[in-house]
Write a protein that binds this ligand. Structure first.
Ligand code: SF4
Length: 235
């Protein structure tokens, strides 16, 4: 007997397992809910708020909300898309994101979301913070100007004993993601590549290597973010 439950997203009837996180349940039904701090296989945090939806009328983050029978969810509405656009604009002005000069251009989730939500000039003033490019680690370069503090690297890049290579330092406007020097001295090339891949922006780069693919052929150069989910409704 199927244990699937039914719920609605923007009026479309959907099915999934009881308790599955909404972002994943929506994906199963061919519906894209945008996220930034969420990453497959990692415990969701709901910190970036890009995946904010309305569940039975109340605002909630879709990556941390489990689905239940009969839920009515609003996702692709002008109100919610405007909130998402505003968050993306805030992220752009809080750092120094110069897409044409970034190795992750075309593979960057923040840039791809800005295109999706048709961001032009942000409505907020640019802060142009003074941040460092830390090239002192043997395997990676940590470009603090591009870090959006999503913690994906902290949650996902660990050694065989479960210790994180990365950690938060300072608070508020002075927050930084730094790496443990001892662990970094022993980081393998594979782990460095994993760290570069888990970072949604170009804040972690493998040293001595430019991006492998030429501009114009990268992930989001030809297919907008989310389109792979929307193209395959029952994937
Ligand atoms: S380095 Fe990348 S993955 Fe880590 S917190 Fe910053 S943006 Fe997120």
């Amino acid at each position: 007997m199927s244990n699937k439950i039914k719920f609605e997203i923007d009026g479309k009837e959907c099915q999934s397992e009881e308790g599955k996180y909404l972002v994943d349940a929506a994906k199963e039904n061919g519906i894209y809910i945008p996220t930034l701090c969420n990453y497959e296989g990692l415990k969701p945090k709901g910190s970036c708020r890009i995946c904010t939806v309305r569940i039975n009328g109340r605002l909630a983050t879709a990556c941390t909300s489990p689905v239940h029978e009969g839920m009515k969810i609003e996702n692709n509405t002008p109100e919610l898309n405007e909130v998402r656009k505003e968050i993306i604009e805030l992220l752009f002005v809080s750092g120094n994101h110069f897409c044409p000069a970034c190795e992750k251009s075309g593979n960057c989730e923040l840039q791809a979301l800005a295109y999706r939500f048709q961001m032009m000039a942000p409505r907020f003033p640019f802060a142009f913070p003074q941040k460092e490019v830390d090239a002192s680690y043997p395997r990676i370069i940590k470009e603090q100007n591009r870090c959006i503090l999503c913690k994906r690297c902290i949650r996902g890049i660990k050694d065989e004993r479960g210790r994180s290579y990365f950690a938060f330092r300072n608070r508020g406007r002075r927050s930084l993601v730094v790496a443990d020097r001892k662990m970094m001295a022993e980081m393998s090339l594979e782990k460095a590549k994993e760290a570069m891949a888990i970072c949604p922006v170009g804040s972690i780069l493998v040293r001595e290597k430019g991006w492998d693919e030429p501009i114009g052929t990268r992930k989001y150069d030809n297919a907008p973010i989310g389109s792979e989910i929307e193209k395959h409704p029952n994937a």
